[in-house]
Ligand binder design. Structure first.
Ligand SMILES: [Zn+2]
Length: 299
């Protein structure tokens, strides 16, 4: 047993913050992953290495860990949710060229196009890219945010909706996005807020603490300082936009949080039943935050 311990990496090295690289302090474990908090930048993160989670079409139709039970069957509802976000960000945009990072099947592009934007999606999953091009006729770049080759200054708006928490190294994404935006271009990030009431009440049970798919966690304050560290201004808008969800998606996510017991199985049964199409509105009491900030002038 002593020999096995020799193979464990040094704990300090594993607790380096995904956002700023400073050592973090241990918080708790969930599903065998250690969570840590960084006092330097205010973020929380999954400290352990994660197996490369594959974001392919299986992620969107219930065939991988995490993800969605049937993304495209909720298409109408998802487009409505994105339309709400597009209406919210539109008054702050100083141009119509919009890039949606982690665009999945391009449904935000559909909503943005209806609002007069010239929208492009960035998405690594080939099947999603092909579907969006074929069914929506939208422009898609098939690449990750870390690897995409995009001309500097070619967008007025970049959106990252429910994406930043998935990234292994969010700073690489921010550096790239800042370059792709024109001077005073607008970045919109929507993600969970671990200081919100729901997160505090639920503790480690908060559904957003969801390794291995969610790796980095922000509060409103740490998201603001993250943006400012990467060459963006203080937020020009902060919103709690709420969303409509299908019972199918809600029960699927809840079932996953509850695990394999009786309640978890009941949720999965509900998700698969005819009741799954029932939809309802989830008002946002601060659980999820949307922040819009501009590229700061060069110092
Ligand atoms: Zn940090």
């Amino acid at each position: 047993m002593e020999a096995a311990r020799d193979y464990a990496p040094p704990e300090r090295a594993q607790l380096l913050c995904r956002v700023c690289g400073e050592p973090g302090r241990s918080l708790f474990s969930k599903r065998g992953y250690r969570f840590a908090a960084c006092d330097a930048c205010g973020c929380r993160f999954v400290a352990d290495d994660v197996p490369g989670l594959v974001y392919d079409e299986g992620y969107f139709d219930g065939n991988s860990f995490g993800g969605y039970p049937a993304y495209l069957r909720d298409r109408e509802l998802i487009v409505e949710n994105f339309a709400r976000r597009v209406r919210w960000l539109a008054p702050h945009a100083r141009g119509r060229r919009l890039l949606d990072v982690g665009a999945a099947y391009g449904l935000l592009l559909e909503a943005a196009r209806d609002h007069g934007f010239e929208a492009t999606g960035l998405e690594p999953a080939s099947a999603c890219v092909a579907w969006a091009r074929r069914e929506l006729g939208v422009a898609m770049v098939e690449a990750t945010v870390e690897d995409a080759a995009i001309e500097p200054g070619s967008f007025d708006v970049v959106t990252l909706m429910d994406v930043i928490e998935h990234l292994v190294d969010p700073s690489v994404a921010l550096r790239n996005i800042r370059r792709w935006l024109r001077p005073d271009g607008l970045l919109v990030i929507e993600t969970g807020d671990f200081e919100a009431l729901l997160a505090r009440v639920c503790g480690r049970g908060w559904y957003y603490y969801d390794p291995p798919q969610h790796l980095t966690y922000f509060s409103r304050a740490s998201l603001t300082s993250f943006l400012e560290c990467h060459g963006f201004t203080a937020p020009c808008a902060v919103g709690h936009l709420g969303r409509s969800v299908s019972l199918r998606n809600f029960a699927h996510q809840l079932g996953r949080s509850l695990g394999g017991g009786l309640l978890g199985n009941a949720c999965r049964g509900l998700a698969a039943s005819r009741l799954g199409t029932v939809r309802f509105d989830v008002p946002d009491r601060g659980n999820v935050v949307a922040v819009a900030a501009r590229v700061a002038p060069e110092a």
